[in-house]
Design a protein around this ligand. Structure first.
Ligand SMILES: Cc1ncc(COP(=O)(O)O)c(C=O)c1O
Length: 295
């Protein structure tokens, strides 16, 4: 488990431990990849890219283990479209159709899940729909990364994929939305961004937490810090409608509850969270290590 999440979300590993798992913060001393990172950065917060390297290494060394990706790759995007297909059915029951669809983007799966069925409908000549992909300003792969071949993990054990990336060695700030701290973005989501079919947007964490708290007080559901990014954009789109005197159906993916993220809400209410923006130099530095691919 990525170290920053291990520390920020102790009840997540407590639950896994209750079910019998041994949970190790990454980077760990248990793999070559982890040890190499710790040698250079003993206080590393970890990242999804580093945790993937460690997990792949462990799986490769154990004939009983297999590694299954939870996001990014095409089959995961396809699998998650059950979310959008279900939303279509539910909207049909309400005799409605979305004008705007919003999802947060870490590796891209919950976003693709809700958006791709509607995008498919549009590309087949169906109704137009505005689709907003919201990522953290602290890990802006779609809005500030480049579309290039890169590794899916930090130790370069995965195949290369063409995707929006900040560079596989990019270690984002330890924001509470740990699920969005991935240097890359699903190749399919990246491709739709390149074609101009979706609107990528970056949001900083304080505004997202404020939106999450507003949503919790209105709806009684406390969103995960990741989901707060979608909540923020959904509220912003609703405010735009109110100001323009328009009525639109806004569909967004509440991709997780925040019950294991109460420390994040405590920190937010205690004023301990801050926003992060990277300078152009920092982004350029992380991208300098991209692999050279011959066409
Ligand atoms: C609640 C939640 N939402 C979103 C994500 C981001 O992943 P993806 O972009 O693949 O949906 C994660 C990842 O762990 C998550 O835990």
């Amino acid at each position: 488990m990525v170290r920053v999440s291990y520390e920020q979300k102790p009840y997540r590993h407590a639950l896994m431990e209750a079910y019998g798992a041994r949970v190790v913060p990454s980077p760990s001393t248990e793999t070559q990849a982890g040890r190499a990172i710790l040698e250079q950065h003993p206080k590393s917060t970890g990242s999804l890219g580093i945790a993937i390297s460690e997990a792949v290494e462990v799986a490769l060394g154990d004939p009983e283990s297999h590694y299954a990706l939870g996001s990014v790759l095409n089959h995961v995007m396809l699998h998650q479209t059950v979310v959008g297909l279900e939303a279509m059915e539910q909207l049909a029951m309400a005799d409605d159709y979305p004008d705007v669809i919003v999802g947060c983007t870490g590796g891209g799966s919950n976003f693709a899940g809700i958006a791709f069925p509607f995008l498919g409908e549009k590309l087949r000549g169906g109704r137009d729909v505005q689709i907003v992909a919201v990522e953290p300003a602290a890990c802006p792969s779609l809005t500030r990364g480049i579309f290039a071949y890169d590794f899916g993990d930090t130790a370069h054990m995965t195949p290369l994929v063409k995707m929006h990336t900040l560079g596989s060695t990019f270690v984002p700030e330890g924001i509470h939305a740990g699920g969005l701290r991935y240097h890359g973005m699903s190749p399919m989501v990246s491709h739709t961004a390149k074609l101009g079919l979706i609107e990528p947007r970056a949001e900083a964490q304080l505004g997202c937490f404020a939106a999450g708290v507003t949503f919790a007080r209105a709806e009684g559901i406390l969103p995960a810090p990741e989901a707060n990014h979608a909540v923020k954009a959904a509220i912003d789109e609703a405010i735009k409608c109110r100001e323009a005197g328009q009525s639109k159906a806004i569909l967004f993916n509440l991709c997780g509850h925040g019950h294991f993220d109460m420390q994040a809400y405590l920190d937010y209410h205690a004023g301990k969270l801050h926003d992060t923006e990277y300078s152009a130099e920092e982004v350029a530095m992380a991208l300098a290590g991209l692999p050279v691919v011959q066409g």
